[in-house]
Design a protein around this ligand. Structure first.
Ligand code: XMP
Length: 517
């Protein structure tokens, strides 16, 4: 397995995903992990990731002491290569020629890292690679024992190696797809240089997770809040495979779910798979709490607290439960982990519904804690969950509660649910659902004029939103075909009494957000 040390680059998680795609397990730790932690992890190879700081500045982050003397292969990427060069006696300097984006690298020496790799070969027989660069500083002198492997016109050391110590550095980013041969370069490092085997496959992950769950919970009972989302559904399927009837799921219907969501969850998990699921319909309680509440954050808080209250009551009816299962996935863990020095880590603020009360005194089991979303999906398929369930769009915890602007009322929720169902149904029918990352309808409690027969009618507005995004931090509005939008619009206006106008949201994030509240 591979250890990745994070110096705060936005690309660190991408490196981890790439390594796992190669079929090798890896974990991310902060750059200031102690030497003991590193030894304890017993990596077959170490990758030093990029970072936003400059090694030429005092107090900028360094690799853990003794890292280069462990006898384990190390690959430094961008900042990782610069700190390697600096720590081993080379020299790094700020450059007046900063390089951002596409660059062409000339391979100048033979190495295991870049062996047999090229995008173009010049008439003179020189190998060229198309790569993605993003740096200000550069290595200007390699440390003793190192040789230059590649260069660009502006960076004299675009890659370097010390083969006898198995230390390698690249200034460019092999983890991004713009570096065309990046995956091959990482693969040569991980498989050939570090000698790892590609054993991290969905079947292996499932088998390993089942064993770990059994070892951990033994014959104890486990409770899980099932929402119908990808993470909690895969958690349920995995736990059920591992411990069968020891698992009980609680599905809380807050009255703000998509059309028929409750029935679908019960059909799939309770009826088809035989999972114990308690279906608690708490629509009235949620809607009465929300009466008269306008503020979006207040609505989120109320929905979160009411969920905990209902879940807690159900939990109290089940005797002898020791464990609470949660569908936490790896990005949640990495994003909330801070480096000890508090440096060079980017923390994303979370939209979590809220934790469960401490008084529950349950131990936590989180079987997806080490997995990325794409791995969670793959093991969902491996466990027999349907493709459409495993690849469904994310749905926020407060559900339609944040898609009804202002006060939430039952008749608004009913109209919105219908509109949302029509939109999703047509996206599937036009084969556009899986080409968008998230798509939904929003209810606007304003009335605009319409003409029905000869009469003027003032009725509500539905806004449609569909976005394409990789990480949900930035997003572009989806360029849906007019014909699809036209079908959706006319169905919503004709089929849902109370709606007379449909609009399509063409704002990107930033500055707009994905949700309207
Ligand atoms: P925004 O609106 O912040 O959305 O651009 C980014 C992603 O987060 C989801 N989202 C939420 N998820 N509880 C959740 O569980 C929330 O309160 C919440 N608000 C936004 C949103 O659906 C999108 O996927």
């Amino acid at each position: 397995r591979i250890l990745i040390l994070d110096f705060g680059s936005q690309y660190t998680q991408l490196i981890a995903r790439r390594v796992r795609e190669i079929g090798v397990y890896c974990e991310i730790r902060p750059f200031d992990a102690t030497p003991e932690e590193v030894r304890e992890y017993a990596p077959s190879g170490i990758i030093l990731a990029g970072g936003p700081e400059s090694v030429t500045e005092m107090g900028s982050p360094r690799a853990p002491a003794g890292l280069f003397e462990l006898g384990v292969p190390v690959l430094g990427i961008c900042y990782g290569m610069q700190t390697m060069a600096e720590e081993l006696g080379g020299r790094v300097a700020g450059s007046d020629k900063r390089e951002f984006g596409y660059a062409q690298v000339r391979v100048t020496a033979e190495s295991d890292l870049l062996h047999g790799i090229s995008d173009h070969v010049t008439d003179a027989g020189e190998r060229l690679l198309d790569v993605w660069m993003s740096h200000g500083d550069q290595v200007v002198e390699t440390p003793e024992g190192f040789e230059v492997l590649a260069a660009t016109d502006s960076a004299p050391v675009a890659a370097m190696q010390n083969p006898s110590h198995r230390l390698y550095g690249v200034q460019f980013h092999p983890e991004v797809t713009h570096t065309l041969q990046g995956q091959r370069i990482l693969s040569q490092f991980v498989l050939d240089i570090c000698g790892c085997e590609a054993l991290w496959t969905p079947a292996e992950i499932v088998e390993d997770a089942i064993q770990q769950i059994r070892d951990k919970v033994g014959s104890d009972k486990v409770l899980l809040g099932l929402s119908g989302g990808v993470d909690s559904s895969v958690t349920a399927a995995l736990l059920h495979r591992a411990i069968g009837d020891q698992l009980t799921c609680v599905f809380v219907d807050n009255g703000l779910l998509r059309l028929n969501e409750g029935k679908q969850v019960m059909d799939m998990f309770a009826r088809n798979m035989g999972v114990n699921v308690i279906h608690h319909n708490a629509e009235d309680r949620f809607l009465s709490r929300l009466e008269g509440v306008q503020d979006p954050e207040e609505k989120r808080r109320l929905i979160g607290n009411t969920f905990i209250e209902v879940f807690d009551e159900e939990a109290a009816t089940i005797t002898d439960v020791d464990w609470l299962a949660q569908g936490t996935i790896y990005p949640d863990v990495v994003e909330s982990a801070q480096s000890r020095s508090g440096k060079a880590t980017v923390i994303k603020s979370h939209h979590n519904v809220g934790g469960l009360p401490e008084t529950m005194k349950l131990k936590l089991v989180e079987p997806l804690r080490e997995l990325f979303k794409d791995e969670v999906r793959k093991i969902g398929l491996e466990l027999g969950l349907p493709y459409d369930m495993v690849y469904r769009h994310p749905f926020p915890g407060p559900g339609l509660g944040v898609r009804i602007l202002g006060e939430v009322r039952k008749n608004y929720a009913d109209m919105l649910r219908e509109a949302d169902a029509i939109f999703l149904e047509e996206l599937h029918r036009y084969d556009w659902y899986h080409h968008t990352s998230q798509a939904f309808a929003v209810f606007l409690p304003v009335k605009s004029v319409g003409v029905v027969g000869d009469a003027r009618r003032y009725e509500y507005v539905i806004a449609l939103r569909a976005v394409e995004t990789l990480d949900f931090m930035t997003a572009r509005w989806a360029h849906l075909p007019y014909e699809l939008l036209e079908t959706v619009s006319s169905r919503i206006i004709n089929e849902i009494p109370g709606i007379s106008r449909v609009t399509y949201d063409v704002s990107s994030k930033p500055p707009a957000t994905i949700e309207w509240e």
